[in-house]
Design a protein around this ligand. Structure first.
Ligand code: NDP
Length: 451
């Protein structure tokens, strides 16, 4: 049994049994057996089942959200958004089974057509930072394309995934088609990589483990999607709406206590407006409401665990030039205040590493070329923001920044209608958007001779 801890109170909220290697194998076998009947379900019926799953999630939004608040310390507002995101993503991909269109290709001597065939069993490994949405971005398109799914939530945050598994069953998703297997990454997750019946692994988490997964998948030429870390730039030009850029910057990085691969954790500000920006940023940071995640007004909760708190705190010491900080409660809970750092330069560890906590650095840049060079001076390339009122510059800089998800005059990264994923060491492949279900298929091309 693994104790599940509420990170805001440090109290045990549940005990969850860890799936063993033998149980993992048995679940993968059941998923393998279920494949033939699931892919044979008529497209309209598979769509209907996914819509029923979405309706079951919709009816359970408040329960799922409360579970996430107590398990992950997410604010209640965020947790409701996350549960609804699962619902919406299921509805979006419920449209897929009836639209998995192939092609008819003109060839001499006959007819050539293509089919999008399901891959088989898909293994999804979910991190602790967004337990619900990241699970849904994997299982909804995978199921829609006719695959069966085994899903491993993070050991720290299994409760909402377990509930989603129950809701799938209640909605009539057949046995073996979608199975949630709480347990250790080194046992359950690793078995997804080595078991030959698992034909694709979808992994979201640290770049370090992601690289191991990629190496492991190579052995069986297994398909893999990786969503890894980020160290994303928030580039503020002098010609932008500086008030708005400063007022929103804290939410671009401190949302989910900075435990977000898309966190804009490097603010780059044009030198001519640097001081003014910092003046505007200070009250915005002080205004972030940090506290009990179950309270409606709360904007930021605790970090996920004592261990992670130690990791984040390890980036700051007496020599760190902290410009200013927000507030955080005393007492139990893994609290860390929003923290703004003026680093000595772009090579400081706090500027180059993914801190994954409510810590942001602010550095000046001289011109457009300097901003782009600094933004790209990282092994990561997941997301970023550009603040400017010059539409030409917005497009030039967006095209030049090496990252998968950019927003202009906004900090939003994830919209389920659009592809999401990273450049460079931030990942491999894309989730979400209209083509995500195709990433869970193989193209088969069939020639029929007519002559
Ligand atoms: P990990 O990469 O270790 O964990 C992510 C998931 O992978 C968890 O479900 C974990 O299981 C599983 N896992 C761990 N090891 C293996 C393995 N060998 N084979 C298969 N699955 C495995 O992330 P951490 O939780 O350790 O976080 C460390 C850092 O990673 C963070 O500080 C942050 O920088 C980054 N991170 C980035 C995320 C992102 O969204 N890009 C998400 C989470 C973390 P288990 O729960 O058992 O550990």
């Amino acid at each position: 049994m693994t104790a599940v801890i509420n990170p805001a109170t440090e109290e045990v909220v549940a005990q969850v049994a860890a799936t063993s290697l033998e149980e993992t194998d048995a679940a993968i076998e059941r998923a393998h057996v279920a494949l033939a009947s699931w892919r044979a379900v008529a497209p309209g019926d598979r769509a209907r089942l996914l819509r029923r799953f979405a309706d079951a999630v919709d009816a359970d939004v408040e329960n799922l959200a409360q579970l996430e608040v107590s398990n992950s310390g997410h604010t209640i507002g965020n947790a409701r958004w996350e549960a609804r995101n699962v619902r919406d993503v299921l509805h979006y991909y419920a449209a897929t089974p009836e639209r998995l269109l192939g092609k008819q290709i003109p060839v001499p001597g006959g007819v050539n057509m293509t089919f999008n065939e399901p891959l088989g069993v898909v293994g999804i490994i979910v991190p602790w930072n967004f337990p619900m949405p990241i699970a849904g971005w994997g299982f909804a398109p995978a199921l829609a394309a006719g695959n069966t799914v085994v899903l491993k939530p993070a050991e720290l945050t299994p409760l909402t995934a377990i509930r989603l598994g129950e809701l799938a069953t209640e909605a009539g998703i057949p046995p073996g088609v979608f199975t949630v297997l709480p347990g250790k990454g080194s046992v359950v997750g690793q078995r997804f990589v080595t078991h030959p019946a698992v034909r694709k692994v979808v992994f979201t988490g640290s770049t370090e483990v992601g690289k191991q997964i990629m190496v492991g998948c190579a052995d069986q030429v297994k398909r893999v999607t990786l969503e890894l870390g980020g160290k994303n730039a928030n580039i503020v030009f002098a010609d932008s709406d500086l008030e708005k850029a400063a007022a929103t910057a804290p939410y671009g990085v401190f949302d989910n206590a900075g435990q977000d691969c898309c966190a804009r954790s490097r603010i780059l500000v044009q030198r001519s407006v640097f001081d003014r920006f910092m003046e505007l940023l200070e009250p915005a940071v002080a205004g972030v409401v940090v506290g009990d995640p179950a309270a409606e007004a709360t904007e930021m909760g605790p970090l996920i665990s004592a261990e992670h708190h130690g990791r984040v705190a390890g980036y700051l010491d007496d020599t760190t030039n902290v410009a200013f900080r927000g507030s955080a409660p005393d007492g139990p809970g893994f609290w860390f205040p929003p923290t703004v750092v003026l680093p000595s330069g772009p090579t400081d560890r706090i500027v180059t590493d993914e801190v994954f906590g409510p810590v942001v650095t602010v550095l000046p840049f001289d011109d457009e070329a300097d901003a782009i060079a600094q933004a790209n001076d990282t092994e990561y390339g997941l997301s970023g923001s550009i603040w400017t009122n010059d539409v030409g510059r917005a497009l030039r800089v967006s095209r030049a920044v090496e990252a998968g998800n950019l927003s202009v005059n906004s900090h939003s990264s994830v919209r389920y209608w659009t592809p999401f994923g990273g450049f460079k060491q931030s990942g491999l492949g894309r989730e979400l958007g209209p083509d995500a279900a195709l990433a869970f298929t193989e193209v088969k091309n069939v020639f029929i001779a007519t002559d």
